[in-house]
Write a protein that binds this ligand. Structure first.
Ligand code: NI
Length: 227
């Protein structure tokens, strides 16, 4: 399932992130690659674990924690500290699948990547190309969102970034280990959550049906979740 989070960062937060990451030096994007993706990737990355990456990442992590849509869609157990990349003219990332397990260098933090996230940090009209192309079970989806918007997609999907032909694409990317490992089960819970919210809004939180459906949601979560 692909889910766009429209209001992940507001304009002020995008500005703060950009002022931090634009002020420091970037390195070759292959610093974090596994062997297969190193062959496919041609871009630049902010050094992982650098002060700038940490400070800009903290703004994003805080926003994630305040987003009901992100929490309902991802049901996050762990979030990898956000990374940042940019693609200049001619840069690209060929078709690949993200590594299943990510271990943060120099720490004991490890994560199973259930979901991949790309948070766009450059207005789409400022560059050509640089679309994120995701092959999921419904076909090929091309994604290029306004600055501050984020796409969540299955980490198991094949995906690539088309070459940038003018301007520069800037984004944050990271992975989420969900409490719900299975994409289809997570989708059911997301749909149920959205339905419960609608019923609760229409009938009130004390309505018997709203209470029962909320109970079903939590009991499915209890049955399926790793917490
Ligand atoms: Ni990827």
């Amino acid at each position: 399932m692909l889910i766009a989070i429209p209001d992940m960062l507001d304009a002020d937060q995008v500005g703060r992130v950009r002022s931090i990451i634009d002020a420091v030096d970037w390195i070759d994007g292959n610093a974090t690659s596994g062997h297969q993706s190193a062959l496919a990737k041609k871009n630049q990355q902010l050094p992982e674990g650098s002060d700038a990456a940490r400070a800009a990442g903290a703004i994003i992590l805080e926003a994630l924690g305040r987003s009901p849509l992100f929490i309902a869609a991802a049901l996050p157990l762990k979030v990898y500290p956000p990374l940042f990349n940019r693609y200049g003219v001619g840069e690209t990332f060929d078709t690949h699948v993200d590594s299943a397990i990510r271990i943060q260098r120099g720490s004991d933090f490890r994560i199973r990547s259930d979901l991949s996230a790309t948070l766009f940090l450059e207005p789409p009209e400022a560059y050509d190309g640089g679309e994120l192309v995701i092959e999921d079970q419904f076909g090929v989806q091309k994604v290029k969102l306004p600055a501050g918007q984020m796409i969540l997609y299955p980490a198991s999907s094949l995906h690539h970034v088309t070459p940038v032909t003018s301007g520069r694409r800037v984004a944050s990317f990271f992975w989420i280990q969900s409490m719900i490992r299975d994409d289809a089960a997570r989708r059911i819970l997301f749909d149920l959550d959205q339905g419960v919210q609608r019923v609760t809004a229409e009938l009130g939180g004390k309505d018997r049906a709203a209470v029962q459906l909320t109970g079903v949601y939590h009991n499915l979560l209890r049955r399926w979740a790793d917490a």
